[in-house]
Design a protein around this ligand. Structure first.
Ligand SMILES: Cc1cc2nc3c(=O)[nH]c(=O)nc-3n(C[C@H](O)[C@H](O)[C@H](O)COP(=O)(O)O)c2cc1C
Length: 342
């Protein structure tokens, strides 16, 4: 671990279309709910380590995480922003049957955007998120253009919401979701409608399950997207050889985790070459080096997703390692990395 003075000199701040993040780390929607359980765990880990007398205790890392904003009262404020699970206008019950299975170097999910709807989200999650002192990006889901705009209209009344991430890329719902993200006109329509009702930063989340992601990216930018996030999960399937049936009721599911990192990096790099808006990169990020690579490919910020399941402390730990890496690589301002691929 590098000396304290050196890591304090690294400027980690980024600006995503007016959304000011003190560091480039957020969480990938749906892998963190609204963060309450993770906050409890991060706080408990901090308490345990603060009291720990063992020489094995990584005291320097703990002190650094505290300096970065980790506290027992507001653990999430260590991140540049928190991104919530997808929120729809009415409650969605999600998909029946198996919902998750592990794969080599990743996982497949078919959750189907289960959530209690925007009303309950506003009454239960928003007040708690507001207490965390961290910018809040709400991930928005819909079956139709009107459903997307209804969610945003409700959220416009909430001061604690900093930005929207419009999910036009979920492979796990029959109607809406990915169908908006695979057609340039449909993508443009939904973005234009959302743009019309908010001045807050509008981030649009893209699917890799298209022939040319740059066409969809351009259509979203033309519709008024302030930023793009990518990638959502890669369409895949699993088979139960014994029953000889698909494992998931809908057959298709979404692949995430380290297995998809090369796909995600390539998507970020291609889109960065054709749009002016900033990109939040995600897909298989599992270590500080991955974050570095996504910034070089063209991302201005990154989201950690499936890693939260295998290591619930991955966000604070990768953030800490990333600062070390910046110091070792002679980076004093991470903005110099963005799109810096030679
Ligand atoms: C269990 C699970 C639930 C997800 N739910 C959402 C969601 O509600 N909205 C969304 O835009 N993306 C959702 N995603 C996609 C992730 O946000 C992310 O784009 C994808 O998993 C790739 O990142 P990763 O490889 O780091 O997990 C979900 C992914 C997983 C694994």
């Amino acid at each position: 671990m590098v000396a304290e003075k050196a890591w304090k000199n690294v400027d980690l701040s980024v600006d995503i279309a007016g959304l000011k993040m003190k560091n480039p780390f957020t969480v990938a929607s749906g892998t963190f709910a609204s963060g309450k359980e993770y906050a409890d765990l991060w706080a408990a880990t901090l308490t345990a380590n603060s009291k720990c007398q063992s020489p094995d205790c990584d005291r320097i890392r703990i002190e650094r995480l505290i300096a970065l904003g980790l506290s027992e009262e507001k653990p999430l404020s260590i991140m540049g922003a928190v991104t919530t699970k997808g929120v729809s206008h009415k409650p969605w019950s999600g998909n029946d049957g198996v919902r998750i299975t592990e794969t080599s170097s990743g996982m497949l999910n078919s959750i189907g955007l289960q959530n209690p709807g925007v009303e309950e989200f506003c009454s239960k999650d928003i007040p708690w998120l507001a207490s965390q002192d961290v910018p809040v990006i709400v991930n928005v889901s819909g079956h139709s253009v009107i459903e997307y705009t209804e969610v945003i209209k409700c959220l416009e009344l909430e001061d604690a919401v900093s930005a929207y991430e419009v999910n036009i890329s979920c492979p796990n719902v029959d109607c809406g979701g990915m169908s908006f993200g695979t057609d340039t006109k449909a993508a443009n329509d939904v973005v234009t409608a959302c743009r019309g009702i908010t001045k807050r930063p509008l981030i649009v989340k893209l699917t890799p399950n298209v022939t040319d992601i740059t066409e969809i990216a351009r259509a979203c930018e033309a519709g008024g997207a302030d930023a793009l996030s990518m990638i959502n999960t890669v369409a895949g399937m699993a088979i139960d050889y014994h029953t000889r049936k698909p494992l998931f009721n809908r057959k298709v599911a979404g692949l995430s985790g380290p297995a998809i990192k090369p796909v995600a990096l390539y998507a970020v790099n291609r889109v960065h070459a054709v749009v002016k808006v900033p990109i939040i990169g995600m897909g298989g990020i599992s270590c500080a080096e991955d974050v570095f690579e996504f910034l070089l490919a063209g991302a201005s910020a990154v989201a950690i997703g499936s890693m939260n399941f295998s290591d619930p402390l991955s966000i604070p730990n990768i953030l800490s390692d990333f600062i070390d890496l910046c110091v070792c690589e002679g980076v004093s301002d991470i903005k110099e990395l963005i799109g810096g691929l030679k």
